[in-house]
Design a protein around this ligand. Structure first.
Ligand code: PMP
Length: 406
């Protein structure tokens, strides 16, 4: 059991009024709030240790380097990677997935296929479209069944032509949790690499990249109480050895000659230029914070909120829910529509009650097209949300329904 009222004190931003109502923040799939420990880790770095990493021999540079590399070790331990060589700092999930697509571009041929799913975020679609166009490889989509991944469709589409299978661990619209271990086993049996968009899973559930046996795994710091502008790409060491960097410049070289250059060792081979040092340190502090609460406790708490909220949403006439019907198959993301009301109007009405939800296509236009809607509203949870937040949402939905007479 989480002591929510106590831990909410770590998030001063939550203690404010919006439109004269106490803020109810239900937009955690977009970004999460930061606890004081994360804010002070960033502040302390700039106040006490700020220097560039990996170059200087002076004390501040050594401290900055040690802090930056300590953050990498925290990430490694958090997802149970074998080595810090496998942890690359990026700007976020989008950059991480772009890098993987660029790696794929180094080996794909017109005879090859890449499989993604219709529920992917644009950041796991557009980079693959670009690489498919450049290499002549074919991009295939797997569709939905019962609000989640259609396993039969995946089985039918995968073949020895498939070179990469790239899927979201948790959909940022449907909230469904995809069976990554099974997908990895299937992909490997066909000789394909498996890439996972973990933007919506790592913040909310225990992830063990070795147990899942994934080849690449991407996530963002800002969705797990860390700062924006920092993210992670995990890659199996032998693959990161094999692929060429996609960005070039300082920090990532071993020697630069007039005619060519050679690369330094992992993980720095991929990290060209001055990295987001404070961001990495902030992410390390966020991981410390999650560990102090316990990721299983966070997952359990969100599960309780979903199980509490779903039946109450179902009682509202004209409300359509997207994603799996079974709460156990879901993470803390609930997309919905209220018949007769545009989701933007709905979100604006909820904002008048101090409730922050997202409305739109959630960077998943192919999915929404498949669901035959242009937009949805979406409530998404994190550890600081309460059942009282759920009650306020439900009450506001009933009031809105009445007000708009829908
Ligand atoms: N994938 C999923 C499933 C997401 O929810 C998001 C963020 N909405 C992203 C990728 C992109 O993350 P970022 O914007 O941090 O790069």
């Amino acid at each position: 059991m989480l002591e929510i009222e106590k831990l909410r004190e770590d998030f001063p931003i939550l203690n404010q009024k919006v439109n004269d109502e106490p803020l109810v923040y239900l937009d955690n799939a977009a970004t999460t709030q930061k606890p004081l420990t994360v804010l002070s880790a960033i502040n302390d770095f700039y106040q006490q240790d700020n220097a560039n990493v990996h170059r200087g021999v002076h004390t501040l540079a050594e401290r900055a380097t040690a802090d930056y590399e300590a953050a990498r070790e925290k990430v490694r331990a958090f997802i149970n990677a074998q080595s810090t060589k496998e942890i690359l700092f990026t700007r976020g999930t989008t950059t991480s997935l772009n890098w993987v697509a660029q790696f794929a571009g180094q080996i794909l041929t017109p005879a090859d296929e890449v499989i993604i799913t219709i529920m992917e975020h644009h950041s796991n679609i557009v980079p693959w479209q670009e690489i498919a166009q450049r290499t002549g490889a074919t991009l295939k989509f797997v569709y939905l069944k019962d609000g989640g991944l259609d396993w039969t469709d995946l089985n039918e589409k995968i073949s020895t032509k498939t070179k990469f299978v790239s899927v979201a661990h948790v959909s940022n619209v449907l909230g469904c949790i995809n069976p990554i271990k099974e997908i990895a086993d299937l992909a490997h049996a066909h000789g394909a690499y498996v890439v996972v968009d973990g933007a919506q899973s790592v913040p909310h559930m225990a992830v063990d990249v070795q147990e899942l046996d994934v080849d690449f795994f991407a996530f963002s710091g800002h969705k797990m109480m860390g700062p924006t502008g920092i993210g992670v790409l995990y890659g199996k060491e032998e693959l990161l050895q094999r692929f060429e960097p996609v960005e070039f410049g300082g920090e990532m070289i071993d020697f630069v000659y007039e005619s060519h250059s050679t690369w330094t060792e992992l993980p720095w081979k991929f990290e060209a230029g001055t990295p987001n040092i404070a961001g990495a340190i902030g992410l390390g502090a966020a991981i410390d914070y999650i560990n102090s609460i316990g990721i299983e406790n966070i997952q359990q708490h969100e599960r309780e909120l979903v199980e509490y909220l779903l039946p109450k949403l179902k009682e509202i006439p004209g409300l359509t829910l997207y994603g799996p019907a079974e709460p156990r198959q879901r993470a803390g993301v609930i997309a919905f529509n209220l018949q007769g009301l545009h989701p933007h109007d709905l979100a604006t009405a909820l904002d008048m009650e101090g409730i922050a939800v997202r409305a739109g296509h959630h960077c998943a236009q192919p999915l929404l097209h498949d669901l035959k809607v242009a937009a949805t509203a979406r409530a998404s949870f994190y550890l600081y949300n309460t059942k009282a937040d759920c009650d306020k949402l439900i009450k506001a939905l009933w009031v809105t329904k009445e007000f708009f007479n829908v």
